[in-house]
Ligand binder design. Structure first.
Ligand code: PGA
Length: 248
């Protein structure tokens, strides 16, 4: 089963309009025909419309960093998945560890958001990952398996969702698990997800946490790693394109 790689940039709470438009334009023009990966950028909500306009007609896809679980209603400050779809988004990140930590999102919330994304015609990128204490106590696989079981919506298909493994302790720290640890976790994730999705040969599994041009090739070469979710290094076109180019 060949799975097309996805290199996703999570801009987090960074970039004002001029910078975001310039970055999107640099990615659109830097994308080489015949590249082995799909490229996706997830700007902050304020930049979805201007970045969508810059990316129109390019092969770089647009995604959001979060969505609400309902389609409309009295939810001040929130954004519905159908609204993101309406703006031209194709993907939405749900359950990022920063949302789980800063906004108290649990697996049930993440599952509802991912379900709303699917219903709106978006591909949810469902994030999972253990803390350092959980890894140190040997619980990483149990925690990540539990998050998958709790966060993947009912009725999801293998090709309709993406799951990103982001160890909390590797995000923004410059530290990454060993390639053996990433390989073992991704094999475990495919096994767990396969039980829910009736197989997982077509499911894309991303690795995220301190991915850079210097470590991308060895991580992306792993059999069960189908791309990367990139934070810091996605803010520079040169670095993000170098990561995408590392996909063999
Ligand atoms: P990082 O962030 O690449 O800056 O570690 C990854 C993420 O949080 O998605």
């Amino acid at each position: 089963m060949t799975r097309r790689a996805l290199i996703a940039g999570n801009w987090k709470m960074n970039m004002l309009r001029a910078e975001g438009e310039a970055l999107a334009a640099a990615l659109a023009s830097g994308l080489k025909p015949g590249m082995a990966a799909d490229l996706l950028v997830c700007p902050p909500a304020t930049l979805l419309a201007p970045v969508s306009a810059v990316l129109a007609g390019s092969a770089v896809a647009l995604g959001a960093q979060d969505c609400h679980m309902r389609d409309s209603g009295a939810h001040t400050g929130d954004i519905a998945a159908v609204m993101l779809k309406d703006l031209g988004a194709a993907y939405v990140i749900v359950g990022h560890s920063e949302r789980r930590a800063d906004h108290g999102e649990d697996d049930a919330t993440v599952k509802a958001k991912a379900g709303a994304a699917l219903a709106a015609g978006l591909t949810p990128i469902i994030c999972v990952g253990e803390t350092e204490a959980q890894r140190d106590s040997g619980e990483a696989e149990k925690i990540v398996g539990g998050q998958i079981l709790g966060s993947v919506p009912d009725g999801a298909s293998q090709s309709g969702i993406v799951i990103a493994y982001e160890p909390v302790w590797a995000i923004g720290t410059g530290r990454t698990p060993t390639v053996d640890d990433i390989a073992a976790m991704h094999a475990h994730m495919r096994h767990v997800a396969g039980r829910m999705l009736d197989g997982a040969g077509a499911l894309r599994l991303l690795y995220g946490g301190s991915v850079k041009p210097g470590n991308a090739a060895e991580i992306l070469a792993l059999e069960d790693v189908d791309g990367a979710l990139v934070g810091g290094a996605s803010l520079k076109a040169e670095d993000f394109l170098a990561i995408a180019a590392a996909v063999a």
